[in-house]
Design a protein around this ligand. Structure first.
Ligand code: PEP
Length: 253
């Protein structure tokens, strides 16, 4: 049985105070209301990592993620943050390849492969995002598109390295749009991703890999999505900013 993961990506939202309030609410609710074996991950902005990390404390159920990492270890890269820096403030996970980074910051598959390497070398576990834009889905080329994304950024990894990675399938047309992939569409793609992992690294690795769904997951659709056999949790944007909604989604897992 794969442990489910529910990760909240706050993106560029919340002030430090708002972030602390949100974290405290989530920590208390998870402590009081969640008994199931679910891994909750919070990905606040860089500026909040330490304060959010303090509030999470030693909770085994909740872990800290960054939303990005630079591919270099250190040096003259103004404004950037390295894996070592993140690890030094208690970060365990990092989101890599989010469609907003691919689109607005022009991160290529090759650059993302370097970020994956830097994260793993620095002791972080990557949450690697993939997913097709609407026009690709409309041409029914979504499977090939995602396959290429996996090949470009993950296929150089060893068995041991890929075992540390979590994949998030996030159809771009569903992110922040209120449109969600149907449970059937999500399952079909997750199954295809797992098959590609199996072809490359074998059935055992594929059977253990967690594949999250992301794209307008909300309390009212989370259960149906996460009940699919190959959907191992969710990467949540908007709904992770409301503690009650986020908790409902965790409960669905
Ligand atoms: C995301 O940005 O990863 C995401 C899934 O956003 P939303 O839930 O708001 O669609």
């Amino acid at each position: 049985m794969r442990q489910k993961i529910v990760a909240g990506n706050w993106k560029m939202n919340t002030t430090a105070d708002e972030g602390q309030k949100l974290t405290s609410e989530i920590v208390n609710m998870v402590q009081d209301e969640i008994s199931a074996d679910v891994q909750v991950i919070l990905a606040p902005p860089f500026t909040h990592l330490q304060s959010v990390g303090k509030l999470i404390g030693s909770s085994k159920k909740i872990a800290l993620a960054a939303q990005n990492v630079n591919e270099n270890e250190s040096g003259a890269y103004t404004g950037e943050v390295s894996a070592g820096m993140l690890q030094s403030v208690g970060v365990e996970w990092v989101i890599i390849g989010h469609s907003e980074r691919r689109e607005y910051f022009k991160e290529s598959g090759e650059q993302l492969a370097k970020k994956i390497n830097a994260a793993l070398k620095g002791g972080l576990r990557p949450i690697f995002c993939c997913g097709e834009p609407l026009e690709v889905r409309e041409k029914e080329e979504h499977e090939g598109h995602v396959k290429q994304q996996l090949q470009d950024s993950l296929f150089h990894l060893s068995k041991e390295q890929i075992s540390k990675v979590v994949i998030a399938y996030e159809p771009v047309w569903a992110i922040g749009t209120g449109k969600t992939a149907s449970a059937g569409q999500a399952q079909e793609m997750h199954k295809s991703i797992r098959r590609q992992i199996a072809e490359k690294w074998g059935e055992e690795v594929a059977g253990q890999l967690r594949i999250l769904y992301g794209g307008s997951m909300k309390p009212d659709n989370a259960k149906e999505l996460m009940d699919q056999p190959d959907v191992d949790g969710g990467l949540i944007g908007g709904a992770s900013l409301k503690s009650r909604d986020f908790l409902q989604i965790i409960k669905s897992a």
